[in-house]
Design a protein around this ligand. Structure first.
Ligand code: PBG
Length: 327
């Protein structure tokens, strides 16, 4: 009988062998923790659709960032939940706005120990819940929004952000932000562009986390990408790099692994993926029911995002996975 001489299974026989030949390695260095900080609360508020995730007070945020830094997590990305919202989202650039205050406190407490990123968008700060300025007819005005993003970028840079991460999917946002930052000498502040961001049903729990309801039952399909399109994502990524993005991101992650792989093949800047709130919620819900092994699934899912080509992952699993990777 002629039996193939190569037997791939041989290399799977022990845990040590499997470790030796592993093509993909998930490390604490790959993880960025998204954190929510809310103005005007005395105690952290749990987010029911994201078990284990809370809206932080400034003190609880500082304690959590300290814990994450101790675990070796290289960075966090901050999202603000303001007490008051208005039609232009002015809390996004108010020097006393919640994210600006949080950035300052973190910078003061942690120096350069970890990378401070801030989500740059208006939806958390607008009363209508859209990511930009809304015209009387209800549509979002792309170009009017760019100046406001520039304001927010400056406020975040002045408050100490290392990296600003525009997530609003307005055309030209990276260029507008880069110009504003450079003009004020924030030339070392980097831009992580949410370049290929899809209008996804998987952001549901995040809307609870930041207390956002889109006016009139609206959606973001006129500015975020359509899940049917892949080539368009590459075009978005190319444009953002040409406008000055230092790093680009694909979001969500699991349903878009093909986009991550295609982006990795095409671009040489660091590539991030966002494992979003709905992905986290699905995993936690199934695990809570005993339907899947949540710990094993978390490693597998994050590992697959790396295998697809992401350099690092924004994930609500960051803390718990870091604990296990360290353990
Ligand atoms: C917009 C923003 C969103 C998320 C990150 N930045 C929501 C949206 O576009 O509707 C979603 C993150 C998640 O679901 O975990 N500021």
């Amino acid at each position: 009988m002629s039996f193939p001489q190569r037997r791939p299974r041989r290399l799977r026989t022990t845990s040590a062998l499997r470790r030796l030949v592993a093509e993909t390695r998930l490390s604490v260095d790959d993880l960025i923790a998204p954190l929510f900080v809310r103005e005007g609360i005395a105690d952290p508020v749990p987010i029911s659709s994201m078990p284990g995730v809370v809206q932080h007070t400034i003190p609880s945020l500082l304690a959590e960032v300290k814990r994450l830094a101790g675990l070796g997590i290289p960075g966090v990305i901050l999202f603000g939940v303001p007490e008051h919202k208005d039609d232009i989202g002015s809390g996004a650039w108010d020097p006393d706005g919640i994210v600006q205050v949080a950035l300052k406190e973190c910078r003061q407490a942690f120096g350069d120990e970890l990378v401070l990123m801030s989500d740059l968008c208006l939806d958390e700060y607008t009363d209508h819940g859209h990511c930009g300025v809304v015209r009387p007819d209800g549509t979002v005005d792309n170009d009017e929004t760019l100046d406001l993003y520039a304001n927010a970028a400056l406020a975040q840079a002045r408050a100490g952000a290392d990296i600003v991460a525009p997530s609003g999917m307005m055309d030209g946002q990276v260029l507008a932000i880069r110009d504003a930052l450079d003009e004020e000498d924030h030339t070392d502040v980097s831009i992580l562009a949410y370049s290929a961001k899809y209008a996804s049903a998987l952001y549901g729990p995040f809307r609870e986390a930041v207390d956002v309801t889109i006016a009139g039952g609206g959606d973001r399909k006129s500015y975020q990408q359509d899940w049917r399109n892949a080539r368009e994502a590459l075009e978005e990524i190319r444009l953002d790099i040409s406008e000055g993005a230092d790093m680009v991101m694909v979001k969500p992650a699991l349903a878009y692994l093909d986009i991550i792989t295609r982006a990795r093949a095409e671009v040489d800047v660091p590539l991030a993926a966002y494992h979003v709130s709905g992905e986290y919620a699905m995993l936690k819900a199934a695990a809570a029911n005993g339907w899947i092994d949540g710990d094993a699934a978390a490693l597998e899912v994050l590992g697959s995002i790396k295998r697809a080509g992401a350099d690092f992952i924004l994930t609500y699993l960051a803390g718990e996975v870091a604990e296990r990777l360290n353990g």
